[in-house]
Design a protein around this ligand. Structure first.
Ligand code: SF4
Ligand code: SF4
Length: 430
């Protein structure tokens, strides 16, 4: 049975733009910049020094606590260890490697026991690849024996992005095998792969595999943004509501992105750490929109050039999608583990007005999937009234952008709530 989540919108999806070219292209960068922070948690400390020769897949940074290692995505020589531009953090310490074009591989281990599998997921540097970048081993460990439903998230509900869709069209077995690996660890009763109904070719491919993977259910959901958000997806699939401040495990669910499952498969069965990923390059401002298999650390600039370059009138380059992505000023930033898309736009789709005015129409309230009151959150953030922000649960805002998209007054709602959340967190710390 399918359930509806509250709110949501139907933006123009423009996904066909990047799926006209069906073959993946790869590019071989001359140099990669591997940031030491590509996950939520503590940054890695470099394990190499300038001048070292490194192998493809060699661990080059690691740390303690909530941290997963990072690996060389090419073989070659370490040119520098220094602070470099980062697509989500502004700046971060990075190891710069000059490619020797030999791809000399560091051999990996194939785990056998459950404990070894969990360690391998960590050692391979697996993080949530749908954008969250939460360490995969920690998420798996926290759900072991506590969930009855394991969900593979293939909704990819943001406009333009087709990275997960192309993964499912080309290597669905890797995703399904990854689900079987996590089934061994988490022991759920139900395994479900959730996909929206605008991915017909992927759905057809998955249905052809149903005999080979009978334990995995494919749930086709009506397309609606932001269905790929964890809480909304759980509600759509199970009818269960994750309460504010709670995690999916509180309602017996664990959700991983399909690219994460494929990365787990490659790590556990093939001994390959996370050194590459699929990235969509799309938007009206790029010459040849398509999907690439990209080595982590490749610059946005190199990828944009490989896709035919930018239009003269390009206004915005975004890491991620138009709803939740982050605008980039410096195209030397590298692709990191959570980069699923580089979006090149001729105009800012959700641009705020110069003098925005709230018309008190209430439209933002009707579309907010978290049942918040964006118009009041906006007013209280502007007035820096942190108590009111707390009372109205600003921290529950998932920054989906539905309110900004809908607002006829063109108020910069979502970006204001980022500030509101920061203000409240700082006040709580004090
Ligand atoms: S950005 Fe936040 S307030 Fe706006 S619709 Fe999404 S969850 Fe609601
Ligand atoms: S949608 Fe915009 S104009 Fe309408 S109430 Fe919300 S903030 Fe105000």
């Amino acid at each position: 049975m399918k359930h509806l989540f509250f709110g949501g919108i139907h933006p123009k999806y423009n996904k066909e733009m990047s799926t006209k070219i069906t073959e993946f292209r790869t590019i071989t960068p001359k140099q990669v910049v591997i940031p030491m922070q590509q996950h939520i948690g503590a940054p890695c400390t470099p394990l190499v020094k300038v001048g070292d020769h490194v192998l493809l897949g060699q661990k080059i940074g690691d740390g303690e606590g909530l941290c997963v290692p990072v690996h060389a995505s090419v073989s070659g020589t370490v040119l520098a260890i220094e602070s470099r531009p980062h697509p989500t953090l502004g700046q971060a310490m990075a190891v710069v490697i000059e490619n020797d074009y030999r791809d000399t591989v560091q051999p990996g281990n194939i785990p056998t026991s459950r404990e070894e599998i969990l360690n391998t997921i960590r050692d391979a540097g697996i993080v949530g690849m749908g954008g969250a970048a939460f360490p995969g081993n920690v998420k798996a460990l926290s759900a072991m024996g506590k969930v009855d439903t394991l969900i593979a998230n293939a909704c990819e509900c943001e406009p333009y992005i087709t990275a997960d869709d192309s993964l499912l069209r080309t290597e669905p077995e890797h995703v399904l095998e990854g689900m079987k690996i996590l089934k061994e660890l988490l022991e759920p009763n139900r395994l479900v792969l959730a996909v929206e109904d605008n991915k017909a070719a992927a759905i057809e491919g998955l249905r052809k595999l149903s005999k080979q993977f009978p334990e995995i259910e494919v749930a086709v959901l009506p397309t609606r943004y932001p269905q790929g958000a964890e809480k909304q997806l759980i509600q759509a699939l199970t009818g269960r509501e994750v309460q504010p401040g709670q995690l999916p495990v509180s309602v017996g669910c664990a959700v991983f992105n399909v690219s994460t499952f494929a990365a787990i498969y490659r790590a556990v069965r093939l001994g390959k750490p996370l050194t590459q990923r699929i990235v969509t390059i799309s938007g009206e401002a790029i010459s040849e929109p398509q999907n690439f298999i990209v080595r982590i650390g490749t610059s946005f600039h190199d990828l944009i050039e490989a896709a035919g370059g930018l239009h003269d009138r390009t206004e915005r380059v975004i890491s991620g999608g138009p709803m939740m992505g982050i605008a980039q000023k410096d195209l030397s930033v590298p692709v990191v583990k959570a980069t699923n898309s580089i979006l090149c736009l001729l105009k800012d789709l959700n641009g705020a007005a110069e003098n925005p005015v709230c018309l008190r129409c209430g439209k933002c309230v009707g579309v907010c999937p978290m049942k918040l009151q964006p118009l009041y959150l906006y007013r209280f953030t502007k007035a820096q009234k942190v108590r009111e922000l707390d009372r109205l649960h600003v921290l529950d805002c998932i920054e989906c952008g539905c309110c900004s998209f809908t607002c006829p007054g063109k108020l910069p709602l979502t970006e204001t709530f980022r500030l509101g959340k920061k203000l409240l967190r700082e006040a709580k710390q004090k």
